[in-house]
Design a binder for this molecule. Structure first.
Ligand code: ADP
Length: 295
């Protein structure tokens, strides 16, 4: 990213100093690639290192929701996530600061097995308020509605697929079997009444990593409470996680046989979101998935 310049760097450093109760100044900074939405950098005073993401000032709420999501996952003490420090706005930029994690560890030593066990442990953290979250957030940069809902069918139809179809329609997308699909959701989910589990919400392979110490980490969440199968489904969407991940997950939280059918309904949400973010062939991919779900 463009380097954090004088006043911006100073403000962020001041904020870090305040929340950590120790003076901090940015002495080195390095841009970090790999994100889809924001600009990112590693900053350091040569003693302490942090990870910073920035965007337009208008995106503050997105970072606040990310901070809250990371904190909730962090507090579940189940799987490693970067500890969030603070977020704010300065000089027309919004930012989030979090713990820097040295990523890039290999998959030897059972890291993916631990990823499976620890994700299942996180999914055991449940909400007593039903499905949803205390605030809306974003999936990529698309708004994600999280108003609490007692009923999973209603949640998936009205808070997940419905809003994505509306955005896709406004964008000119053509989904001839949309109504048929929406009407079939009660039958497709049927008697399945999942736990309201703490979810990552956007768990594709780019948001899972191993630290150089071999510790599994999940990043960049779109947190809410919902069916744990929807997190699992996304791990299979853009390049499946290694086999031992699923074995280990299943040993802690057994994966139902009917997950295979529900998985496509859950991943349709992400493909519609990709159509809304990137357009192109995601429209035909969504239509193929709809046909598969209804077959
Ligand atoms: P975006 O919100 O733009 O999608 P990400 O949160 O995915 O950005 O971060 C971009 C990349 O930065 C990730 O793919 C990962 O490699 C790296 N990264 C994310 N969080 C950290 C962190 N706390 N410490 C070190 N590297 C990180």
């Amino acid at each position: 990213m463009a380097p954090l310049n004088g006043p911006v760097a100073e403000q962020i450093a001041k904020h870090i100093s305040e929340v950590t109760n120790a003076p901090f100044q940015i002495e080195t900074q390095q841009s970090v690639s790999g994100g889809c939405i924001n600009q990112a950098a590693k900053v350091s005073d040569r003693k302490r290192t942090f990870f910073i993401k920035t965007n337009h000032a208008t995106q503050l709420a997105m970072f606040e929701a990310e901070r809250d999501g990371l904190q909730e996952m962090y507090d579940s003490r189940s799987i490693r996530v970067p500890q969030p420090l603070c977020c704010g706005v300065t000089h027309s930029l919004s930012y989030i600061v979090m713990e820097w994690l040295e990523l890039g560890g290999g998959c030897s030593g059972g890291a993916w097995r631990r990823m499976g066990e620890q994700l299942a442990a996180m999914h055991k953290a449940t909400s007593t308020q039903g499905y949803g979250w205390h605030r809306d957030n974003t999936i990529g940069s698309t708004p994600q509605q999280n108003q609490w809902c007692e009923d999973w069918v209603e949640f998936w139809r009205d808070r997940r697929l419905g809003p994505q179809f509306s955005l896709a329609h406004a964008k000119g997308g053509y989904f001839p079997r949309r109504d048929e699909l929406m009407n079939a959701i009660p039958r497709l989910i049927g008697a399945h009444t999942p736990m309201a589990s703490l979810l990552h919400g956007d768990l594709w392979s780019g948001n899972a990593a191993i630290t150089v110490e071999g510790e599994p980490v999940i990043l960049d969440p779109a947190t809410y409470y919902g069916d744990p199968e929807s997190d699992l489904a996304m791990t299979e969407l853009f390049g499946r996680f290694p086999h031992e991940f699923y074995q280990a997950y299943d040993s802690v939280l057994p994966i139902a046989t009917a997950y295979r059918q529900r998985k496509v309904l859950y991943n349709l949400y992400h493909i519609l979101n990709h159509y809304n973010l990137f357009g192109g062939s995601y429209e035909s991919q969504a239509n193929s998935m709809i046909a598969q779900i209804l077959s």
